[in-house]
Design a protein around this ligand. Structure first.
Ligand code: NAG
Ligand code: NAG
Ligand code: NAG
Ligand code: NAG
Ligand code: NAG
Ligand code: NAG
Ligand code: NAG
Ligand code: NAG
Ligand code: NAG
Ligand code: NAG
Length: 333
């Protein structure tokens, strides 16, 4: 009698549990993550792009998110387009297992990067691009030690580049291009420890001279085009270096090209158009396997050295200089 009562009670309890919590027994999604995501949706003004985010469904099956296979926590949040008119919600910091955060082509996403983002201690990819974010690039991003990709391109960020970014030990690419950044390239960029990331700083208002400290590191990919940078570029070259792609076009660089005559064999793309570079093209350029070269719109003179690939480019690679001559430009006299 007693045992059957216990059995009966237990059975009723199980049935009751099953009927009141059907979702929590079947869903993978972590309840804390689900609550956080629903708060994020609410802060973003319940945009139609997040229509699949509903309280009665498994958040591991929602669009734009991905759960980790092992712990079922949200590890990726990726939104590529949509009509979202709001700032980035602070609650985003409450997805502690997030490894990938990509918010892209959300032109009405406004405001600054919230400090709560530093709580995302597993973040590897942070892409906030083609949005309408503004304010400074916060130095607290340097606390995200696991970052491999930081892409803040195509926004309205202003102020200067925080030197602390050079302390990110695993960074492989840094995209700060197409913003309104001012001031110099930080000295600290000669201090990248471990990997030196591919660096994209084009289409900003950066000024000042390229710091000498940059000679201490080996860059492979560098795009400094369309800024107001000055000085010479000797820090990036020399036979000892490993630079492959170098775009310095549309700046205020002014130096004697003749004196810059040691290039690494790794060099593959060199774009120097629209600067104030003078002197003549060094003979050593003929020893390089350059895929492309552009020295147009400078103040160069003298004969284009003959050999290597230098006669493979069309005349626009060389035109608009002071008195540069020889094929593919007109013959020298
Ligand atoms: C951005 O906001 C403006 C003004 O509210 C609106 O007209 C426009 O459609 C929005 N665009 C997108 C892509 O959300
Ligand atoms: C975006 O949303 C705003 C208001 O929520 C609306 O006025 C606008 O028409 C929408 N734009 C697009 C492109 O859907
Ligand atoms: C971006 O935000 C600025 C204000 O910070 C606003 O003036 C501008 O219209 C916005 N641009 C777009 C495309 O929403
Ligand atoms: C950045 O832009 C904002 C808004 O236009 C302005 O108030 C602020 O002074 C700017 N900051 C810098 C460092 O230029
Ligand atoms: C570069 O690193 C060295 C050694 O860690 C340090 O002493 C120096 O202050 C750093 N320079 C910059 C500009 O961060
Ligand atoms: C860089 O530009 C700022 C204004 O944005 C100016 O105050 C500063 O003097 C400039 N620095 C150099 C080295 O030209
Ligand atoms: C750059 O890389 C080359 C080849 O790996 C190496 O010989 C050189 O010491 C490096 N230079 C610096 C400044 O790290
Ligand atoms: C090449 O780089 C190494 C390490 O930075 C340096 O010790 C050496 O002097 C450099 N050699 C030349 C020829 O610049
Ligand atoms: C450039 O440097 C070379 C080699 O030092 C020198 O002969 C030449 O006169 C310089 N050209 C100019 C325009 O200063
Ligand atoms: C070189 O750059 C100039 C200026 O941007 C451009 O007009 C020309 O087409 C370029 N030529 C080559 C061969 O890249």
């Amino acid at each position: 009698m007693k045992t059957s009562l216990i059995t009966f009670t237990a059975t009723v309890t199980v049935i009751l549990l099953c009927s009141t919590l059907p979702l929590s027994l079947s869903q993978r999604c972590n309840v804390k993550d689900q609550i956080t995501l629903l708060r994020i949706k609410n802060s973003l003004g319940n945009p139609t792009v997040l229509a699949s985010w509903t309280s009665n469904s498994d958040c591991c099956k929602w669009h734009y998110v991905e759960c980790d296979l092992y712990n079922d926590r949200i590890k990726s949040l990726t939104i590529f387009s949509g009509n979202i008119s709001a700032p980035i919600p602070d609650t985003l910091g409450n997805l502690p297992y997030l490894e990938t955060l990509i918010l892209r082509k959300l032109t009405n996403l406004t405001g600054q990067i919230p400090a709560t983002i530093t709580k995302l201690v597993h973040l590897k990819t942070l892409t906030l691009s083609w949005t309408n974010l503004s304010g400074p690039i916060p130095s607290f991003l340097s606390q995200l030690k696991t970052l491999t990709t930081l892409d803040l391109s195509y926004n309205n960020f202003n102020g200067s580049i925080p030197p602390e970014l050079a302390t990110l030990p695993n960074l492989e690419s840094l995209h700060l291009d197409r913003n309104a950044l001012t001031g110099p390239i930080p000295d600290s960029f000669g201090n990248f420890t471990g990997k030196v990331p591919a660096i994209y700083l084009s289409h900003n208002l950066l000024n000042g001279t390229v710091p000498k400290s940059l000679a201490q590191v080996n860059f492979t990919w560098l795009d400094l085009s369309r800024n107001k940078l000055q000085g010479d570029l000797s820090v990036f070259f020399g036979t000892n270096k490993t630079i492959e792609t170098a775009d310095f076009s549309r700046n205020l660089f002014e130096f004697n090209f003749t004196t810059l005559n040691e290039f690494p064999s790794s060099l593959s793309v060199l774009d120097l158009n629209h600067n104030s570079i003078y002197g003549s093209l060094p003979e050593t350029l003929t020893g390089l396997q350059l895929q492309s070269l552009n020295v147009s719109y400078n103040r160069l003179c003298g004969e284009i050295p003959v050999g290597g690939r230098l006669q493979n480019y069309d005349n626009t690679a060389y035109f608009h200089n002071r008195c540069l001559c020889g094929f593919p430009l007109q013959a020298c006299f």
